[in-house]
Structure formats: structure tokens, C-alpha cells
Write a protein that binds this ligand. Structure first.
Ligand code: BGC
Length: 783
């Protein structure tokens, strides 16, 4: 386990505050203060645009789903290796705003900063920086900058820059820039996880300045996608809009507008800058210019204050349902808010985009979507923002065709194989042992879909999209393995990599076989449901997919005969067929500085030949399908994996925490939970600069709800096994189940369930069946 660190920021329940600007913390803080709305993502860089070097900062502006491709160069390529990369492209920057105060340009690196505070207001979804700057010549100015990426207007980001001279009358000049000379720079870190294109990848197609507006349009060199962005500006004096006369400058890849105003002591002058991004992924490229201009005009008419109000309303609605309240522990409360805030702001919401492992907060992992979305994030959204969960599933549905193509490349005549890493739906992982071999992604997507269907009861979705996804993923499982004579005719799946990336290309990975079996079971259930309730829909699928109901006979046989590795002596499920034969791991032989970075310091074969594990694997399967195992079984396996797991992935500790709670190891569960709750906020992995760890952030919510409160939804039954850590007095959260909003408050004495909105709801507390008829009704279980 990692060691907990001291809090980096002051403990405040709803805010994250940087109290002092320090260059050495800048890179990390840019991620902390990154803002997004699932579409636009922008790093927490400063308007002054400091020329930080590669180790101290990265300007970053992204649009979800907008990527650049390059031909991937392999030393030894094999058939089926992806040929084109996909990297979330770092886009032109429009945040840059220079302020010249009575002839001196504001910079925190010159003069002195007398009071400084940068706060992320998580309750409101607004970033704010306030400071008093004393110029080298002794002029003092109060500066207040607010920034938001709008949830109400997906294409809009706004900066409100307020300047108040404190001890002088003099000119105030705003220079607002558009800088299109940008490039990605992820390659500086781990070569396995950071590939990314070199150099500037956008070719300018249009750049103009008009009055107070800037516009740029460019096309990527490799992926041939066009993006557009622009800004418009308003000046206010003491809160009232005033006319300003703008000067402009235009270069090859840069343009700026500026205006100079008379500053008076104690009078605030404000620049409101409205920024818009859009891309060809949303509309024909010919329409981009009109769209951007219109969106900007509308945003400016609405104004900053109006859009800030909409932002607050959005966040209020979100927190009303998603908040988890912990009485008496503000540090954890802050960590949970931080995690949930980044989750909600990172998830794609248009059904065309997914969610990167790093959200839209940085270039790490090239902005790729992994299984992190389905196994970690989606379960949170399913209970709190089901619509957002559906949009993420829609994205997977929209890429089924690419997944079918991938399955053919892998030799499967039927079905679909989802990519391990992707943006556009094509496989983008370059190292198949850690990439394509992770076939479990198919089972993960099917699991998330099935959880969505169970929790929401959205049968229309099953008919429209869900059944097709279940059938197509199941078909690959029915083709990838064989009934092996040497294993008594059981169905075996060889040469796959499970979630654990230190044991690769293994035979019969326990997690994979389990998820495959359940994927097949869900597909059988879907076909039978349609047969009974929507035969027309099934017929349409039969035609579209050239699918025959007969296929389910084979699926049923596989379900019955799925093989699972078992160690009779220890009575546990080893991770795969070879796991117990591998060499025991001796951590003492590894120098401490290399321990957390095995792939950087050791050959993959050295790692793979040892009996140890990077992250939760079999244990994760047992959590997801806990109804299929006895508590005793889970306990034995937990004890076993507890010994051999190194938790070198941020996706691990939250899962161990959940399983620990389910077998009564509450203390251990709490320790694991503590590792996950503030992992990013306190930068436990020392790599937060590259972006958030979205999976762990969502895993924290799961550790509370599915861990301490023991929530499971299996076979369409909602169940609770409430417990409370010794360290807590009380905690509470809300869940939406089949449209009804339920509040759960758990103290040392009791667990109280109250219907907040909606009608009848049925659930289990332990083995006890509870039915609440509607709003205001309560059930109390003594603990
Ligand atoms: C983990 C994967 C995860 C990826 C992206 C890797 O280190 O092993 O499970 O999907 O990071 O978060």
C-alpha cells in the first residue's frame, strides 16, 4: 500500500485552495484546477501564459473525441497491430490574457504578490483567483479572475477578469490572445503510456480578427479533422457594460485584440471573455464558422453572471443526488467532493464521446478511453446520473461497427471485440500483451450495460441498443475458447490478459472467464426477453446481425461448462492456470526506488514470471458477482490476493476496500479506502501533473456505497449490507433506483432509508425484504 501523505491544500469541505503561487507545484496544480464539461477541457494554467518549461507546466485545451493520428512506427509489427495512433489533441489556446497596468505588465514572477488565493469552488463549478499585485514600480492592483467551462452551453468557456487599481489612477490595457502555435508534449514521461504526436499538428485554414472577436479554424494533418474556436469580449466598468475601442494584431498563428481604458483608484474594470470550441465531429466543417460566431453572440448576450447562475444550478442538481456526506471528517469529505467533481466534469455527454482515463485534464494516456469508464465510473453514474451513464453506453454502441471490424482482424467471424484503448472506436493500443489481449473489455462493457438496465429498468434501451451489444460481445466469447479435453471438456480461454497487467497472455484468467460467462448469460437473457416481449425487435436483430437463436444453445453450453482455475490445497481461485507455478516475489530484492516502477526498470518477462499482481483482478470479479460466491470463499481469496497484490495501479485499492468490507474486515476496508479517497488530491502517485486518475476517483464513491453500505444490484435486486467504519459517526448518500430517489443515512446505531422522490421501491437489507410506498416513507434498521 502507498503511504498517506500530508494534505497539500487546506482542508475545506467544498473548496480546493492554493494559497501561494509556487512554480515547482505549478504542473500538478494545473491538473487540480483543470475544468471541463465533458466536452471542453482546459488545464488550470494562468491567463498570463508563463513560459513554463516541460517540467513545470503544460498549457492544455482539449475537446473530447478530437484526436490526431500518426502512422505508428513499430520495431517488429505483427498482423493486426493498429497502424494509426489516436491522441487527444492539444488545441489552440484562447485563455491567454495579458494585462498592462499603467505601463507595467502583470506577472506573478515580477514585483510582489501580496495576497494570493486560487480556489476551485466545487459546489458551484467555478474557479477563482484573487490577488493583490504590487508592480515593480509600487502600483498596487487587485485582480480577480473567474473561470468556468459551462455545463449549460457545451461549447462555451468564460473568463471574467476584474482589475481594480488600489493606489493609483492610470491606464489598464487588456490584451486577449488566440495562440494556435500549440503541440502535444506527453512523450516526455513513460514511453509505454505516453506516445502522442510530435510537433504542431493543426494546419491553419482560417484566422481572423474582427472588432472584439477572434477566430481560428484548422485541420489536423493525420486524422483530417477540422476544429474551430473563437472568442468575443465585453468590457464592464463598475459592473456596467461600456463601449471599448479595440485594436487588433494578426500573425501567422496568433492573433490578439487589445483595448486600453482609464483606470481609477478603487474602481473595477472587467473583461468578460467568451470562448467557444467546436469540431467537425459535431457538424459539417463548412458550418463551423457560423456556429462558433452564433454561439459566441448568444453567450455574450447572456453574459457571465447569467451563465454562472446556470452553472451553479447544474452543480446543485448534481450534488443533490451524488453527494456523499461524512460527518466528522472534513479531509475525507473534501477528497470525495474533489473526486466526484472531476468525475462529473469529465464524462462525455453527447453519446458520441466517452471518458478518458485522465478525463480531459491532461495528455496522459493520450486521452484514451479504457475499461476504467465502464467498471469504475459508470456504476457511479448509473445510480446518480443515469442519463450520463446512458450517454457513455451510447458511445460504445456508436462504435460497434469498429468493434466488429476488430473482431474480424482477430479471426472471429461473428461478433464485436471492443478496443482496449481508443478514442474513435478503433483499437489504439500498440503493445498487444497489455492491450488487445485484454479481451475482458467486452465483458466489462456488457457488465456496465447490464447494471444500467437493472438499476434503471430502461427496457427500451435493451430493445434499441442493449441487446445488440450483448449479442455481439457474446459471440466473440463463444468463438475465442474451446471445450478442452485435457480439462474435462470445460470451456477454456487461452492467451488473454486479465485486468492485472503483471500477468499477461495467460490461460484461463479467472476474471475474464467469469465476465465472459456472465456476458453470455446476459445475452441469453436478452434474447429470451425479446422473444417473449418484443419478437419484432428480435427478428430485426436476427436480420441485421445474421443472428440465429440457435447460437444461444452454444452459449448455454459454455455458461454451464466454463472453466475456472482452482487450487485445491488453498481452496482459492488462482488468477490463471500458471499463477501458482510462478516464482514467489521477493520485494526485498528490488531497490525501493524501483519498486513502484517495474515496467520502467525490468524486462516484462521478469515481471510476468513472478507470482504477484499489479492490481485487483480475480477479487474484482468476486465483488461484481458476489452473489455467485459464498462469503467464506471470498474471504479465502481475499486473504490470498491480499498477500500477492502490489497495488501498482490506482485502480486497485478501492476494490480491495470494497471486498474487505463485504467479509467483515472493516478496519482493513477503511485503510484501503483511505488510500483511495485523497489519492489525487494529495498526489500519492506523484504523477497527477499528467492528469486525474478517473477510475480511482469513482472507485472512492464505490468504496463507500458498495463497500461500507454494501450496495449490490444483482439479478435486478437492490441490496444493502450497511456497516460504518469505527472512525465515522455518520454518513449519508442518495441513490436513484428505477426512478425513485432513496436517501440512506448510516450511523453507529442504525441505517435509515428514506424515499426522497418517487414512488414504490423494493430492496433488501441483508436478507430482509423492505418495501417503501413513496415520498417521505422511511425504514430504519438497527445496527
Ligand atoms: C491499469 C489499467 C488501466 C489503465 C488506465 C493501467 O495502469 O493497469 O487497468 O485501465 O492504467 O487507467
Amino acid at each position: 500500500m502507498n503511504t498517506e501523505k500530508q494534505p497539500i491544500y487546506p482542508i475545506e469541505v467544498w473548496d480546493i485552495t492554493e494559497q501561494e503561487f509556487q512554480k515547482e507545484n505549478n504542473y500538478r496544480n494545473e491538473t487540480t484546477f483543470a475544468l471541463s464539461n465533458g466536452y471542453i477541457g482546459t488545464r488550470g494554467t494562468f491567463e498570463e501564459a508563463y513560459p513554463f518549461d516541460i517540467d513545470t507546466g503544460l498549457e492544455g485545451n482539449f475537446v473530447n473525441g478530437f484526436y490526431e493520428s500518426e502512422h505508428i512506427r513499430y520495431g517488429e509489427a505483427n498482423f493486426g497491430s493498429p497502424l494509426l495512433s489516436q491522441s487527444l489533441l492539444n488545441l489552440p489556446n484562447l485563455k491567454e490574457t495579458r494585462v498592462i497596468l499603467d505601463g507595467e505588465e502583470f506577472s506573478m514572477e515580477e514585483g510582489s504578490v501580496e495576497s494570493y488565493k486560487r480556489t476551485l469552488h466545487m459546489k458551484e463549478g467555478v474557479l477563482e483567483r484573487t490577488l493583490v499585485w504590487c508592480s515593480p514600480k509600487g502600483k498596487k492592483t487587485k485582480i480577480k479572475v473567474n473561470r468556468l467551462v459551462s455545463f449549460a452551453r457545451k461549447n462555451i468557456m468564460i473568463i471574467r477578469y476584474e482589475v481594480t487599481p488600489l493606489n493609483y489612477n492610470g491606464s489598464v490595457e487588456f490584451v486577449s490572445k488566440l495562440c494556435a502555435d500549440v503541440e502535444n508534449h506527453t512523450r516526455k514521461t513513460n514511453p509505454i503510456v505516453d506516445y502522442g504526436p510530435f510537433g504542431r499538428r493543426l494546419e491553419k485554414k482560417n484566422l481572423w480578427v474582427k472588432e472584439d472577436g477572434l477566430y481560428y479554424e484548422g485541420e489536423t494533418i493525420g486524422s483530417h479533422l477540422t476544429m474551430a474556436c473563437g472568442s468575443v469580449h465585453t468590457i464592464l466598468s463598475e459592473g456596467e457594460v461600456i463601449e471599448a475601442s479595440w485594436r487588433s494584431e494578426i500573425g501567422d498563428l496568433e492573433a490578439s485584440i487589445s483595448c486600453t481604458l482609464d483606470g481609477r483608484e478603487e474602481e473595477a474594470i472587467t473583461l468578460e471573455k467568451f470562448v467557444c470550441y467546436s469540431t467537425q465531429l459535431d457538424m459539417p466543417k463548412e458550418k463551423l464558422e457560423t456556429f462558433v460566431t452564433q454561439e459566441l453572440t448568444r453567450a455574450r448576450q447572456e453574459g457571465y453572471s447569467y451563465l454562472e447562475e446556470r452553472q451553479k444550478e447544474y452543480m446543485e442538481r448534481f450534488w443533490k443526488i451524488a453527494d456523499v456526506r461524512i460527518k466528522g471528517n472534513e479531509a475525507l469529505q473534501q477528497g470525495i467532493h474533489f473526486n466526484l467533481f472531476h468525475i462529473i466534469q469529465s464524462a462525455g455527454r453527447d453519446g458520441r464521446t466517452g471518458m478518458g482515463a485522465k478525463g480531459l485534464s491532461g495528455e496522459g494516456y493520450e486521452g484514451h478511453y479504457f475499461w476504467d469508464t465502464e467498471m469504475y465510473v459508470l456504476p457511479v453514474l448509473v445510480y446518480t446520473e443515469p442519463e450520463a451513464a446512458r450517454h457513455l453506453l451510447d458511445y460504445r454502441y456508436s462504435t460497434l461497427e469498429q468493434a466488429r471490424g476488430r473482431a474480424r482482424i482477430l479471426g472471429h467471424e461473428k461478433g464485436a471485440l471492443y478496443p482496449w484503448r481508443t478514442i474513435n472506436g478503433e483499437e489504439a493500443s500498440t503493445y498487444y500483451p497489455l492491450g488487445t489481449a485484454q479481451y475482458h473489455i467486452n465483458g466489462d462493457i456488457a457488465y456496465a450495460l447490464s447494471l444500467y438496465l437493472q438499476v434503471t429498468g430502461d427496457v427500451e434501451y435493451l430493445k434499441e441498443k442493449g441487446a445488440e451489444m450483448l449479442i455481439e460481445t457474446a459471440r466473440v466469447w463463444a468463438d475465442v475458447g474451446s471445450f478442452a479435453e485435457c480439462k474435462g471438456g470445460k470451456y477454456c480461454i487461452c492467451d488473454v490478459t486479465g485486468p492485472d497487467e503483471y500477468n499477461v497472455l495467460v490461460d484461463n484468467n479467472f476474471y475474464t472467464n467469469l465476465m465472459a460467462r456472465e456476458n453470455l448469460r446476459d445475452a441469453v437473457d436478452a434474447v429470451e426477453y425479446l422473444e417473449k416481449h418484443a419478437p419484432k425487435c428480435l427478428e430485426a436483430l436476427e436480420e441485421k446481425l445474421e443472428f440465429s437463436r440457435e447460437e444461444t444453445l452454444l452459449w448455454k453450453e459454455i455458461i454451464e461448462k466454463m472453466y475456472f482455475p482452482y487450487d485445491e490445497k488453498r481452496q482459492v481461485y488462482p488468477m490463471d492456470d500458471g499463477f501458482m507455478m510462478r516464482k514467489p516475489w521477493d520485494e526485498n530484492k528490488i531497490p525501493p526506488e524501483k519498486r513502484a516502477w517495474l515496467y520502467e526498470n525490468y524486462h516484462p518477462l521478469f515481471i510476468m514470471r513472478h507470482r504477484m499482481s499489479k492490481q485487483a483482478d480475480a477479487i474484482l470479479g468476486m465483488y461484481l458477482h458476489s452473489n455467485l460466491f459464498t462469503k467464506e470463499e471470498i474471504k479465502r481469496n481475499y486473504d490470498f490476493y491480499q498477500e500477492v497484490t502490489l497495488h501498482h495501479s490506482s485502480l486497485s485499492t478501492c476494490i480491495f476496500g470494497i471486498v474487505a468490507c463485504s467479509i467483515g474486515y472493516l478496519k482493513e476496508g477503511y485503510e484501503y479506502f483511505s488510500q483511495s479517497a485523497r489519492m489525487d488530491l494529495d498526489d500519492y502517485h506523484n504523477n497527477f501533473y499528467a492528469g486525474i486518475h478517473a477510475a480511482n476517483m469513482a472507485g472512492t464513491w464505490q468504496a463507500i456505497v458498495n463497500g461500507f453500505a454494501g450496495v449490490r444490484c444483482q439479478q435486478s435486486e437492490l441490496r444493502f449490507e450497511p456497516s460504518i467504519p469505527e472512525e465515522w459517526e455518520e454518513y449519508a448518500f442518495r441513490l436513484r433506483f428505477r426512478g425513485t430517489l432513496l436517501e440512506i443515512e448510516i450511523s453507529k446505531k442504525e441505517a435509515k432509508f428514506t424515499v426522497i422522490e418517487g414512488t414504490k421501491i423494493q430492496f433488501l437489507v441483508g436478507e430482509k425484504e423492505i418495501i417503501l410506498q413513496g415520498e417521505g416513507e422511511t425504514y430504519v434498521e438497527e445496527l
